[in-house]
Design a protein around this ligand. Structure first.
Ligand code: ATP
Length: 200
């Protein structure tokens, strides 16, 4: 099975591409979705978050107030680190299990859509890695429009991530998503053709 990592920055176009891939029958493992699901699969995560961050980051006994926790860790690098130390091992374990399952089901090609593919070194477990790239200004404008956020908020979120240029450097392929979606999807089809030709 060929494993492809798909990454990018906030609002660079990962979902646009992974939706297209899913519509075309390619199985996509969605790391963002898994990062929410692990909270239900492994109740011990919430217990550890409660002991580290207190009951105030919970809406009730079992529901984490993701927004409040997000605001806390966004402003405090140390707290961000301790949250990640709790949750990331579960996310990675779950991602690996789902990929293994797809391999057992004899899928020929799968995509792992993960915003922090490189930060978590999951790119090293893939056969090929693709970065969805846009220039900074386009990225800022698209996220402001989508999230109804201020320019300053968007910039600080972008700057808290590994840069798109660095991700591009670590990738085998780059999809330039500055233009029309149609043009982006043409590039995706081409990259898939090349990967299928090259094989594992
Ligand atoms: P995040 O990681 O923040 O969830 P993402 O990388 O999945 O973002 P998308 O949600 O696919 O990015 O795209 C961000 C926004 O930009 C969306 O509102 C989307 O509709 C829009 N967008 C994506 N690609 C294009 C394009 N080529 N032209 C115009 N708008 C686009």
């Amino acid at each position: 099975m060929i494993k492809i990592g798909l990454t990018g920055g906030i609002g660079s176009g990962k979902s646009t591409i992974s939706n297209f891939l899913k519509e075309n029958g390619i199985k996509v493992v969605d790391a963002d979705k898994i990062s929410r699901e692990v909270l239900n699969i492994y109740p011990e995560i919430n217990k550890r978050i409660r002991s580290e961050f207190g009951a105030e980051v919970f809406l009730n006994e079992e529901t984490l107030n993701r927004k409040m926790l997000g605001n806390i860790i966004f402003k405090d690098a140390e707290k961000k680190k301790s949250f990640e130390n709790i949750i990331i091992p579960y996310i990675i374990k779950e991602i690996r299990e789902r990929i293994d399952l797809l391999e057992k089901e004899k899928e020929k090609i799968i995509v792992l859509d993960a915003p922090t593919l490189m930060e978590n070194k999951l790119n090293e477990e893939m056969d090929y890695n693709i970065t969805v790239w846009v220039d900074r200004e386009t990225q800022i404008e698209r996220v402001m429009e989508r999230d109804k956020s201020s320019r300053g908020e968007v910039i600080s979120r972008i700057d808290s991530q590994m840069s798109l240029d660095k991700k591009k450097e670590l990738s085998d392929f780059t999809i330039d998503n500055r233009g029309e979606v149609e043009d982006t999807l043409k590039q995706v089809k081409k990259v898939l053709r090349v990967i299928k030709e090259m094989g594992k």
